[in-house]
Design a protein around this ligand. Structure first.
Ligand SMILES: [Zn+2]
Length: 278
């Protein structure tokens, strides 16, 4: 078997699971033959460019996954190729096969696996964080019950249009609760982890029937402790509660669990006590 046939056979084998991969023999292709561009030839055929040309290649490999085209000529071809690769030795052939194997083939599966690993890591992080804050601040919540969903992008197209930057959401209706984390595909781990902390704080406060809104003092205080990015301004009353929180926290006489309840609880007794203290 000559080099060309060996190359094709190997390429067919390593790309056997790739639907996007096409191998075409003896094909006329469009190329840019600008002599000034030697190494990196012009990929797209430039509009109305005098160097545009059509020439026959021994082999055309198309990867529609990343939109790339690869042109080959082999030993025994009539003319050399200046827009692609000449493969004349076994060594060159294997070098080329290795390139496909490393960089192009299986890319989709590799990306799927990477995403799966990323979500697994984020899910573990979320559960660990929830366990930690249950221990610190919400001692009688069951730290193993955390409803959380990870989305590649926003939950639906409407949300993408509405608020592109929406990193996550704590969704609540009656007794139904869930933490939604958005844009997990594109954002880096640290950024998503910050969203996770932010939304889980909402969830935990809500589960305790504490004030769980973005503009509440207890939410602000916990976001400061756990670096969870509070962003909605507090009103005057919440500001006073926030100051009370830090007064108690800095005194170091009370457990964090107690201070969180004092600042956040919505039950009548605690609210009355709090109002006396601020
Ligand atoms: Zn929020």
């Amino acid at each position: 078997m000559n080099i060309k046939e060996t190359f094709i056979k190997n390429l067919e084998f390593i790309s056997r699971h790739e639907e996007d991969f096409k191998i075409v023999r003896d094909k006329v292709v469009n190329v840019c033959k600008n002599p000034k561009i030697e190494e990196e030839y012009c990929d797209g055929i430039c509009q109305k460019c005098i160097h545009n040309s059509r020439e026959k290649v021994d082999l055309l490999v198309i990867d529609s996954y990343d939109g790339s085209e690869h042109h080959y000529r082999f030993k025994g071809s009539k003319n050399n190729i200046n827009n692609g690769t000449n493969i004349t030795t076994q060594k060159a052939m294997y070098r080329e096969l290795k390139y496909f194997d490393d960089n192009l083939i299986g890319q989709e599966a590799k990306e799927d696996l990477e995403y799966y690993e990323k979500i697994k890591e984020l899910n573990e992080y979320a559960n660990e964080f929830f366990k930690k804050i249950c221990k610190d601040c919400f001692i009688n919540l069951n730290s193993s019950i955390l409803p959380i969903r990870f989305h590649m992008f926003a939950i639906n197209f409407k949300d993408i249009l509405k608020e592109d930057q929406l990193g996550g959401q704590f969704l609540q209706q009656g007794n139904q609760n869930v933490v939604d984390i958005y844009h997990c595909y594109n954002r880096n781990i640290e950024e998503i982890q910050s969203t996770i902390r932010h939304e889980i704080l909402h969830y935990s406060l809500s589960m305790k029937n504490y004030d769980c809104g973005d503009e509440s003092a207890v939410f602000w205080a916990l976001c400061k402790i756990y670096d969870a990015g509070a962003y909605k301004e507090m009103n005057n009353e919440q500001q006073k509660i926030y100051d009370l929180f830090w007064k108690y926290k800095n005194e170091e006489k009370h457990e964090l669990n107690f201070i969180v309840r004092l600042a956040g609880s919505l039950d009548k007794e605690t609210v009355e006590l709090r109002n006396k203290l601020i």
